[in-house]
Design a protein around this ligand. Structure first.
Ligand code: SF4
Length: 208
């Protein structure tokens, strides 16, 4: 499936919330949501009520766009989540958090998930000492994610690490900046995902 290559701030404005797709810019007053807090397009400010289906669709699109996942992969993750114990919606968010590209972003090696995805794809990371270039790889507790030795001088990575203070490191991850290594201490939980998400709406959408 073709990847969305248009203006990403439109996606945030469509969902009515910051999805943090643009790295540093998201933390400045230049953020599209801050400047124009209404949906994009000619009729963006004139849209009225939304149906139940519309609300469910928007919630799914929001989470899908936030994690940068294609529809087929998102649906596959939802299938996996519904076959696991516990609540399907929470399982879905936990599975998305465990993606290697998300872990690289959360550890601060990249300023956005899209950048993290590209870094993983280009083979800059090892998991438990083995080069891994699959963004959807699911990490487990005890795994170590390390920036390859030859990639430690890349300016955009070192700058991203310096900017990590703007975001807090989630409790389920630990970072050793000197060793360029992150460790997965535990499985992420629903409480670790602080974005405003109503995952039950996504479950309802897929059970139609
Ligand atoms: Fe979204 Fe970031 Fe653009 Fe703001 S700057 S609208 S958070 S992508």
């Amino acid at each position: 499936m073709a990847r969305y290559t248009g203006a990403v701030c439109r996606l945030c404005r469509r969902e009515g919330t910051k999805l943090f797709l643009k790295g540093d810019r998201c933390f400045t007053e230049k953020c599209g949501v801050e400047r124009r807090a209404y949906p994009p397009g000619q009729h963006g400010q004139g849209r009225g009520r939304t149906s139940d289906y519309g609300l469910q669709l928007r919630e799914k699109q929001k989470v899908k766009r936030m994690y940068g996942v294609a529809e087929s992969q998102f649906r596959g993750t939802m299938d996996d989540a519904s076959h696991m114990r516990g609540r399907a919606g929470e399982n879905l968010l936990v599975l998305l958090e465990r993606r290697l590209d998300n872990v690289v972003f959360r550890l601060g090696f990249a300023t956005s998930r899209a950048e993290a995805r590209q870094l993983v794809r280009h083979g800059h990371f090892q998991v438990n000492g083995r080069k891994t270039n699959v963004p959807s790889f699911r990490v487990k507790p005890g795994m170590r994610v390390t920036l390859c030795v030859g990639s430690r001088e890349i300016a955009r990575i070192t700058e991203a690490l310096e900017a990590l203070e703007r975001r807090s490191l989630p409790g389920w991850l630990e970072l050793d900046k000197e060793a360029f290594t992150g460790t997965v201490k535990a499985m992420p939980t629903r409480e670790d995902i602080t974005m405003p998400i109503q995952e039950q709406l996504i479950v309802e959408l897929y059970s139609r």
